[in-house]
Design a protein. Structure first.
Length: 173
């Protein structure tokens, strides 16, 4: 059975490659060839991470970057790491690196995925509603979207699903 993290990412197996967003930065053009490879390997690892767009800075980044040794990575990592931002501090339990643009792209893609999924299932939902709700017995919100039977007091996400159901489906715990 797939873990919650892998289940969450299974529908986002790829990301759009916006050339200018990724390579337009002067810092990227100043990277050496092996540093560019490290950069891309870290981005790929971030996309498939349990927390998409983020990686724990736990001393193992050199492995994810596919550097030949930890010592070499530590010596040459500075320009690559300047392409990422940090979250947390050494006093926190976890320090994360992240790539702001990749996080934005991930959020854009999740939203597009759910909008497409909703559109494709809208016809089916409308047919089922017409067959099942011939007397208007399904409880609807003012905006026309169904209330969740499991979480009647939960709000709805932008794509119309219940936040409670969304949390259960996509949480890591």
């Amino acid at each position: 059975m797939a873990s919650a993290g892998s289940r969450r990412n299974q529908f986002l197996e790829w990301f759009p490659f916006y050339v200018h967003r990724f390579t337009g930065d002067v810092r990227y053009r100043n990277l050496q060839d092996f540093q560019q490879a490290w950069y891309w390997n870290l981005l790929f690892a971030m996309w498939t991470s349990e927390r998409p767009g983020y990686l724990p800075d736990d001393g193992q980044l050199w492995r994810l970057a596919n550097a030949r040794t930890c010592q070499f990575f530590e010596k040459e990592r500075g320009p690559v790491m300047s392409m990422f931002e940090r979250e947390g501090s050494t006093t926190d339990v976890a320090v994360w690196i992240y790539h702001r643009m990749l996080v934005e792209i991930y959020e854009e893609q999740v939203l597009k995925f759910h909008k497409r999924r909703r559109k494709s299932s809208q016809f089916t939902d409308e047919r089922q509603a017409s067959l099942l709700d011939f007397e208007g017995t399904l409880s609807k919100k003012e905006n026309g979207r169904e209330k969740c039977e499991k979480h009647p007091h939960s709000g709805l996400t932008e794509w119309g699903t219940c936040w409670g159901c969304y949390e259960q489906k996509y949480s890591c715990g």
